[in-house]
Design a protein around this ligand. Structure first.
Ligand code: PMP
Ligand code: GLN
Length: 379
């Protein structure tokens, strides 16, 4: 058939993980932990399966999970969404992003993304008939230039997609960014899709700034998160979105035909986990900060220049002291010849990306990080 996504191949994450496997390289490319999630969560899953919670969950998500998400939102961001009408459980954050874009973007609508941007946004916008407008952010801080942003707005602008903590740059939006965003879009009917899947992996002392904490913006916002990151269970694929009731109604119309509902016992186990062990997500920043610091310290002896990392379980490294290769070639060489797999940054950008940056995932056991650093130090 004539492809509806002619510019898309297999995602870089699939490509690099396959290459890592082929060469038996240490895989710091695709973002996933090489350790297991909490035992309690696994036990609760088994318990719900044994108890017979094995039929369809409600379309909008299991009630106890929606309620737990709602309480967590109130605790962290100072606002209690209505669990029945404003919280929807999805098959990972990926489905929430797709459903939100499909529900809100029409043919010819413009959607502003910040490059580097996560790979699933643009194809969803294009399939909805929308037009992707990209504002390129610059290293090392990747902050939004708000004047440039305002210049991109047109009467056709319908949505802005942001991601904080940011994959792949490990930078954060400040509350002041949300204030600027609101000032820029207040007069127009523009929706905000805020990808916050790393909300609990934020190293700033002031914590994660969520769109849900901004009273005016949240009236137009869809906040998306994922339990895969928080509970070291990327394979469970349970995520959710929080949005005002009128927007949630439209997102649910897509969700009900895309997946209808999400894995029942996993939802119930996650509800138990959120209820019984909230300290898990409260201690997650310290857990990942220790890994980040150990890895950064080991890399200090290398010729890689590590950029500041304020959140997520990724960090960026500049390899210009090591090689002139473009980043895709460098990552392939690094995987095949040096035994460490990484992700090239240019794949997250539409415009030519002149920097020599790679993304390394540090959601790994200490032994894995040490072994990878040992190889990287030799370059
Ligand atoms: N958004 C971002 C920024 C991500 O990094 C990821 C996963 N790595 C997702 C969305 C998708 O999350 P999920 O696996 O829950 O679909
Ligand atoms: N989001 C993960 C990453 O950034 C990968 C998810 C996927 O493979 N689609 O590495």
């Amino acid at each position: 058939p004539k492809s509806k996504l002619p510019a898309s191949g297999v995602t870089i994450f699939t490509q690099m993980s396959a290459l890592a496997q082929l060469h038996q390289a240490i895989n710091l490319s695709q973002g996933f932990p090489d350790f297991d999630g909490p035992r309690y969560l696994q036990e609760r899953l088994a318990w719900h399966v044994a108890r017979g919670a094995n039929q369809y969950a409600p379309m909008t998500g299991a009630q106890p999970l929606r309620e737990a998400i709602s309480r967590k939102t109130a605790e962290l961001y100072g606002w209690l969404p209505d669990a029945d009408s404003e919280v929807t459980v999805t098959a990972g954050a990926t489905e929430a992003l797709y459903a939100a874009i499909t529900a809100l973007v029409r043919t010819g609508d413009e959607v502003i993304c910040f490059d580097p941007s996560y790979d699933s946004y643009a194809p969803a916008i294009e399939l909805a008939g929308g037009v992707v407008k990209r504002l390129a952010l610059q290293p090392p801080h990747f902050r939004v230039d708000w004047d440039a942003f305002k210049n991109m707005l047109t009467p056709k602008t319908r949505m802005v997609i942001l991601n904080t903590p940011h994959n792949p740059t490990a930078t954060l939006w400040q509350q002041s960014d949300f204030v600027q965003l609101w000032q820029a879009i207040a007069d127009q009917e523009i929706y905000v899709l805020s990808d916050e899947v790393y909300e609990h992996i934020c190293f700033a002392p002031e914590g994660h700034a969520s769109v849900l904490a901004h009273e005016a913006l949240r009236e137009r916002a869809v906040a998306v998160s994922s339990f895969g990151k928080t509970y070291h269970m990327t394979g469970w694929k349970v995520g959710y979105c929080v949005a005002p009731a009128a927007i949630s109604v439209e997102i649910r119309k897509i969700h009900q035909y895309l997946t209808f509902s999400v894995n029942t016992p996993a939802q119930l186990a996650l509800a138990d986990m959120l209820e019984a062990e909230p300290e898990h997500y409260r201690t997650l920043p310290a857990f990942y900060q220790a890994k980040r610091d150990r890895f950064v310290k080991a890399l200090a002896a290398s010729r890689l220049e590590v950029l500041p990392c304020s959140g997520t379980y990724f960090l960026l490294a500049d390899y210009s002291a090591i090689s002139d290769m473009d980043d895709v070639s460098f990552c392939r060489w690094l995987t095949a010849e040096q035994g460490v797999a990484a992700i090239p940054l240019s794949v997250f950008c539409a415009d030519p990306f002149p920097h020599k940056l790679i993304r390394l995932c540090f959601a790994k056991q200490e032994a894995t990080l040490d072994a990878a650093a040992e190889r990287l130090v030799k370059l």
